[in-house]
Structure formats: structure tokens, C-alpha cells
Design a protein around this ligand. Structure first.
Ligand SMILES: Nc1ncnc2c1ncn2[C@@H]1O[C@H](COP(=O)(O)OP(=O)(O)O)[C@@H](O)[C@H]1O
Ligand SMILES: Cc1ncsc1CCOP(=O)(O)O
Ligand SMILES: [Mg+2]
Length: 289
């Protein structure tokens, strides 16, 4: 956080009690920082999400680069301000690059964020996600089923792949334990998003149900989290909540004009690009559990 803006993240509990605009202002400050700094975000992500993810980052003011070859990572990853690693279309030839990028990000003291897509869907995928988790991402963002699979360390016989069969609230206790065990901030997305470092739990109430009908909306918000954490790495809980709230607000504004998932996808990108301070302050809904 830049000098002069730190009051928005110092002693957040006391500040939030004093000032109901604490969380909305903090979310706006994070968003402004992304727009000002335009952080380079390296994304190693699935084929489904590449376009929407890159456009989400661009419309927020960040600079995406979908670069995944293992040969480039030692040279390229240190240039990025944040890294997003997504297991969506995982194959054995991609996993070494993901691990190397995580290690290089750690060595470069840059935050990296893990999206354990469909972690409970197969044993291969679960093992890979747990190996990535062991490399200490700053943040893990998954839906309820993904966070529960990581916590339990076993595949889910009821798994529906990338879609959750659990509500986000079902995974809160698992997320707290997982955060304590792993040292990563854990974010569970859903009707309410929960973000925890194992001690505090922060809730984000923005978003619209139709986001579940747009493929890669979860992947894209994970990349946005990487951008927000990249500009305020020492406040990963707050930056993660800010990213989820701003993405949710953009979806709410888009939903007012959308005719279905396809138009919402476009309108969400436009709304993120055009979001102004007064609208954000009026719409962001974040609180402590
Ligand atoms: N029922 C809902 N109401 C409002 N927002 C939602 C709802 N379900 C998901 N979202 C939002 O959609 C985005 C993607 O979350 P989610 O669908 O849980 O991820 P994934 O696509 O990885 O399963 C998040 O920003 C989340 O807040
Ligand atoms: C459909 C699909 N299949 C493999 S990755 C992917 C995209 C998943 O995106 P999200 O988790 O954001 O819905
Ligand atoms: Mg997902």
C-alpha cells in the first residue's frame, strides 16, 4: 500500500467499527492502485479461461501475460508483479512450469495465487493441487467443493468437476484449518465469498448468481485477486476481499443491462473498466464474520 493510503488497512477491525465506509474505501483504494500501477500479472491458466481472464485484467487496468513455457519462466516470472496459477486443463507437461513459476515467484518475493480448479475431480488433479499448495501460494481461491477437497485431501465421489456441489458457507471451517496448516490465505467463492487467514474471516456479499453460468468467471476473479494482492502484498486478506467485491460490483452493474450470460460477460468487462468511486463506495458490501 502506498504511503498516505495505509490508514485504510491499519487496524482494520477497529477502523471498520468506527467507519462503515472502511471496507468500501479500502476496496476502492486497492482498485485505484491497480489502475495506477498496472501490474504485470503472469497467468498460467487453462485454455477455457485465457480470453476472459486476460480481458478481466485489462479492463481492471492490469497487464496480463499468458506465458507458461518452462523455458521462459526463470527469465520472465521475476518481471511480473504477481502470478496466477490455475489447474483447469492440467496435463503432466504443464505441471513443472507451474511449480517452477511458483518457486521463482517466491524467490522474487512476488505473490502468487492458486486456483485449484476441480481439485476433487480426480486423484491426479488433487495430488497436483496439493503439491502446488505446498509451495505456499499467497492466496488460494476456489469454490466450496474445491476448498473442501484440498482440506480433506481426498477426491469427491459426487464431484461435478469445475462446478461446486457445496455452498461456500459449507467450507468455512475447512478453509480456516487449511489456512492455518498451509500459511496461505484461503478464499471460498459463492453466494457469499469468505476470505480467511485462519484467524479472521471476511465476507463479501457482492456478485450475481448468473456468474455461475459464465465459464471462467471464477478463474478470472482469481487473476483479479493476483492483481490486487500484487499491489498490496502485505495485506493479502484485504486485497483479496477487495478484488472479489469489485468483481462482484461490476457483475451487479452488468446484470442490470444483461439479457443472459453472454451479454453479462461483456457488460461485466465494460462495468469493470468504467467503474467510478461513488458507485463502488455505494455498492461494496464487505464485513467480518
Ligand atoms: N450465487 C451467487 N451469487 C452471487 N455471486 C456469486 C454466486 N455464485 C458465484 N458468485 C460469484 O461468481 C464468481 C465465481 O465464483 P464461483 O462460481 O464460486 O467460482 P467457480 O467458477 O470457480 O466455481 C465469484 O466472484 C463469486 O462471488
Ligand atoms: C469448463 C472448464 N473445464 C476445465 S477448466 C474450465 C473452466 C472453469 O472455469 P471456472 O472455474 O471459473 O468456472
Ligand atoms: Mg473455478
Amino acid at each position: 500500500m502506498e504511503e498516505g493510503k495505509s490508514s485504510n488497512t491499519i487496524e482494520p477491525q477497529k477502523e471498520a467499527q468506527r467507519n462503515p465506509l472502511h471496507w468500501p474505501k479500502q476496496a476502492w483504494t486497492h482498485f485505484e492502485l491497480v489502475r495506477q500501477k498496472s501490474p504485470l500479472i503472469q497467468c498460467i491458466t487453462n485454455f477455457v479461461s485465457m480470453d476472459f481472464m486476460a480481458n478481466t485484467l485489462l479492463s481492471a487496468g492490469a497487464s496480463p501475460a499468458m506465458i507458461h513455457s518452462v523455458e521462459e519462466i526463470p527469465e520472465f516470472t521475476p518481471k511480473a508483479l504477481g502470478v496466477c496459477i490455475n489447474a483447469g486443463t492440467l496435463t503432466p507437461d504443464w505441471l513443472p512450469g507451474m511449480k517452477l513459476a511458483a518457486q521463482v515467484a517466491n524467490q522474487s518475493k512476488k505473490p502468487w495465487v492458486l486456483d485449484p480448479v476441480a481439485a476433487g475431480g480426480s486423484n491426479y488433479r488433487l495430488k497436483a493441487c496439493l503439491e502446488l499448495l505446498a509451495l505456499k501460494p499467497s492466496v488460494v481461491r476456489g469454490n466450496g467443493s474445491e476448498i473442501l477437497a484440498l482440506f480433506k485431501g481426498c477426491v469427491d465421489s459426487n464431484s461435478k468437476g469445475v462446478d461446486s456441489v457445496h455452498g461456500s458457507s459449507d467450507a468455512v471451517e475447512a478453509a480456516k484449518s487449511l489456512a492455518q496448516q498451509s500459511g496461505s490465505v484461503i478464499a471460498i467463492s459463492g453466494a457469499v465469498d469468505y476470505i480467511t487467514d485462519g484467524d479472521r474471516v471476511v465476507c463479501v456479499h457482492n456478485g450475481v448468481p448468473m456468474l455461475q453460468k459464465i465459464t471462467a468467471s471464477g478463474c478470472s476473479v482469481t487473476a483479479l485477486i493476483a492483481a490486487f494482492v500484487a499491489v498490496d502484498p502485505s495485506h493479502a486478506v484485504e486485497a483479496t476481499a477487495s478484488a472479489l467485491a469489485i468483481f462482484g460490483v461490476a457483475s451487479e452493474i452488468g446484470m442490470d443491462m444483461a439479457r443472459g450470460p453472454a451479454s453479462l460477460r461483456t457488460l461485466l468487462i465494460d462495468s469493470l473498466y468504467g467503474l467510478d468511486e461513488a458507485t463502488a463506495l455505494g455498492r461494496v458490501r464487505i464485513n467480518r464474520l
